[in-house]
Design a protein around this ligand. Structure first.
Ligand SMILES: CC(C)(COP(=O)(O)OP(=O)(O)OC[C@H]1O[C@@H](n2cnc3c(N)ncnc32)[C@H](O)[C@@H]1OP(=O)(O)O)[C@@H](O)C(=O)NCCC(=O)NCCS
Length: 133
């Protein structure tokens, strides 16, 4: 089944908030202008920030009991395809250097590591920057 797209100004559904609190410790809330999300109902979502012909991956998460079954890859692949059709030409993201599963996913989808951002996160961890063009 196709992913459900939510555009700017949309409230993320309550299950997303619960999942975000579980995996990130913090919920995103309502989508701001230039933010879009793609959802697999009740299981996972991906959140993008758009600026002209560029998009930044803000968050992606799959319910822990459904991880490792291909949904993260599908969310990433189908949303980038949809964004390409909307005119996006360059994709960027930052991820914790310790987040091995996410980094494996990005690299296996063709994202290229550009380098580190030192102490990017509040707890002092570095981020790895990736891009896909
Ligand atoms: C990152 C995340 C979205 C991946 O979703 P998923 O549905 O588990 O991923 P998939 O099943 O599609 O797997 C895709 C690839 O991810 C990697 N991967 C997934 N789980 C992994 C694990 N436990 N260890 C190492 N790599 C893993 C593999 O490369 C895998 O490809 P493969 O199946 O060909 O080996 C999921 O782990 C998650 O929600 N993590 C918590 C939130 C998070 O850290 N988000 C990223 C930062 S915003």
């Amino acid at each position: 089944m196709a992913l459900r797209r939510l555009g700017p100004g949309s409230a993320l559904p309550p299950w997303v908030e619960i999942l975000e609190l579980e995996v990130f410790g913090q919920a995103w809330g309502t989508l701001e202008a230039h933010e879009e999300a793609w959802l697999e109902e009740g299981l996972g979502y991906v959140l993008w920030g758009l600026s002209l012909d560029e998009a930044e991956l803000l968050r992606i998460a799959v319910d822990p009991s459904h991880q490792g079954q291909g949904l993260g890859r599908r969310l990433l692949r189908e949303s980038t395809e949809a964004l390409r059709h909307q005119g996006v030409q360059a994709f960027h993201l930052e991820v914790r250097v310790s987040n091995a599963s996410a980094r494996h996913l990005y690299e296996s989808e063709g994202w290229q590591a550009l380098g580190r951002r030192k102490a990017y996160y509040r707890d002092g961890e570095d981020a790895m920057r990736y891009s896909l063009s």
